[in-house]
Design a protein around this ligand. Structure first.
Ligand SMILES: [Zn+2]
Length: 124
């Protein structure tokens, strides 16, 4: 979910109660479609403990990026189902769709915001 400023139309994800563009305080909820494109990314080989627990290390790096959503807002997310060992195969501007990753179970269940290439992009 995101928010849209009713005064100027700026979209925020995550939602904000006050618009950073016009300082308007009248916002409405909007449901994001979960589609976007890659604006920037990095492949990380030496991650924090939580990523090491997931099995990522120098031999198995992971990718994080900035995704520009169709609605206009930008979010930082895990970039899933790309080859982080070969960052030259990951392209700025590639179309992505949201993919919520779930780790753990019960009270320790966490949901991770991630995006993956849309159909037909996996082999690029
Ligand atoms: Zn505004």
């Amino acid at each position: 979910m995101g928010s849209r400023c009713k005064r100027c139309g700026t979209v925020f994800a995550p939602p904000r109660p006050i618009c950073t563009k016009c300082y308007g305080e009248d916002a409405e909820w909007i449901e994001m479609k979960g589609m976007g494109k890659l604006s920037a990314f990095t492949c990380i080989a030496v991650g924090p403990p939580s990523m090491i627990e997931e099995g990522y290390d120098r031999q198995n790096p992971y990718c994080c990026g900035v995704v520009e959503l169709e609605e206009g807002a930008r979010v930082v997310a895990r970039i899933h189902a790309v080859d982080a060992k070969r960052p030259e195969t990951i392209r700025i501007g590639m179309p992505l769709k949201v993919k919520f990753l779930h780790r753990g179970e019960g009270a320790s269940l966490t949901t991770i915001l991630a995006f993956e290439p849309t159909e037909g992009q996996e082999s690029v």
